[in-house]
Design a protein around this ligand. Structure first.
Ligand SMILES: *[C@@H]1O[C@H](CO)[C@@H](O)[C@H](O)[C@H]1NC(C)=O
Ligand SMILES: *[C@@H]1O[C@H](CO)[C@@H](O)[C@H](O)[C@H]1NC(C)=O
Length: 407
């Protein structure tokens, strides 16, 4: 009896030794091809290594494109969600939010709630943590802090387009990583992220019976109205209101809110129900036509109701990258609002051509892009990087193009 027990322990001990050896070998293959030589990160806890061994094995099967310099063919969100670094930081990475929590849970809670693959981070809003934090996370603006801990990583998140962003004079050569809707940001943060079913992360997959995956047989049935638009901000540099008014000379356009004559409580369900039940088209016009800038006006007001979104914003090629197939009408495809109206009248009369714009429904999901999970994984052993001329990158004159080609 005693001998078997001893043999079992010996066997287990040998097995553990073999595992450590395998883990160490594994640690030499880095998905980013980047190893910082900083001593802070070179020590690893075997506890984390074992916990993450199997998760990591999955992400090592292929090289993950994590940063824009690796690939701009995708937004790299799915890759970042899969990423588990070889080496986790010894202590949880402290992330300081100088502008307050803004709805983010403090401590380790955010990472636990989101069920992150990498939870080794700690969020704080305590001013006293500014000097000791590993990461400082700025949102929309930044005033330089007096002290910066050597090696402290600064991340800047920008939510609005450049026209609605203040000057960023202190950002150049100070910010390491950017987090914006632009695909050339380090952490891409789109308003919504459409994903075909086959690519939906396994922990987010809806059941086939989910109402969100159901498709109607006829999206034109019972609808008596044509174009709707909910808008409150009237004067914009792309003159979207001018376009809508021109369009309304050739087809019925109901403009709800302070820029039009219709009213409806946008916070109420009945207001949104009108889109599903009464209207065929919705004007998903952005407030400025800027590179990669597409907001909830398209993803939520348009795609998530039973209307065809008519878009004004970045070029068609970008919408094609982020949208379900054949799901929108782009104003640039028409020489004038009048020509667009002619096409809308055609769709109004041809139910099968109209319904073709809804064939995508049920073929994918809008996923949770788990921003804080992705951030936590990327800052464990951060790739060295500095944004040289961030102000110009964000605000360069060709980033937004509001020329009115239709007048
Ligand atoms: C209606 O749309 C269908 C599908 O796009 C098309 O094949 C058909 O020719 C259209 N009918 C007319 C009368 O234009
Ligand atoms: C972040 O930027 C600062 C300031 O330019 C720089 O000193 C530091 O090395 C950068 N950190 C990393 C990890 O690249």
């Amino acid at each position: 009896m005693r001998v078997t027990l001893r043999k079992t322990f010996l066997f287990l001990y040998l097995l553990l030794c073999l595992m450590f050896m395998a883990l160490n070998l594994f640690g030499k293959i880095s998905p980013t091809n980047d190893e910082t030589d900083s001593n802070d990160y070179s020590t690893t806890t075997y506890k984390y290594m074992i916990l993450n061994f199997f998760k990591r094995a999955a992400s090592h099967k292929r090289q993950l494109a994590l940063f824009p310099e690796d690939s701009q063919k995708t937004d790299r969100i799915l890759e970042q969600l899969l990423y588990v670094p070889d080496r986790l930081a010894w202590h949880p990475v402290k992330i300081y939010l100088p502008q307050g929590a803004n709805g983010v849970s403090l401590g380790v809670k955010e990472f636990q709630d989101q069920n992150c693959r990498v939870k080794n981070c700690f969020i704080t809003t305590d001013r006293a943590d500014a000097a000791v934090a590993n990461v400082v996370f700025y949102r929309n603006s930044m005033s330089p802090m007096s002290e910066r801990r050597p090696g402290q990583l600064w991340i800047l998140q920008l939510l609005e387009n450049p026209e609605y962003t203040g000057a960023l004079p202190h950002a150049n050569r100070a910010i390491n990583y950017t987090a914006t809707y632009r695909w050339d940001s380090d952490l891409v943060t789109p308003y919504e992220r459409w994903t075909p079913l086959a690519d939906v992360p396994s922990d987010q997959r809806l059941l086939p019976s989910s109402p969100k995956l159901r498709r109607k047989s006829n999206y034109a049935a019972g609808k008596s109205k044509l174009v709707a638009w909910f808008v409150s901000h009237c004067q914009t540099s792309n003159n979207r209101l001018g376009f809508a008014k021109e369009l309304s000379k050739h087809i019925s356009v109901d403009i709800y809110g302070s820029c039009g004559s219709q009213s409806c409580d946008r916070l109420s369900d009945t207001c949104w129900k009108r889109l599903d039940e009464d209207y065929k088209f919705y004007l998903a016009f952005e407030n400025s036509n800027c590179q990669d800038y597409v907001t909830e006006k398209f993803f939520v007001n348009g795609l998530q109701y039973d209307v065809i979104p008519i878009v004004m914003g970045p070029p068609r090629t970008f919408y094609e990258k982020i949208s379900p197939p054949h799901s929108f009408i782009h104003i640039n495809d028409f020489k004038s609002p009048e020509e667009l109206a002619t096409y809308l009248h055609y769709l109004n009369k041809n139910d099968s051509a109209f319904n073709a714009y809804f064939a995508w429904k049920g073929s994918g999901q809008f996923i949770n892009t788990k921003f804080w999970c992705r951030l936590c994984a990327l800052v464990q052993n951060p790739k060295p990087k500095v944004a040289e001329n961030l102000d110009n990158w964000w605000k360069r004159s060709d980033i937004c193009n509001n020329a009115q080609t239709w007048t």
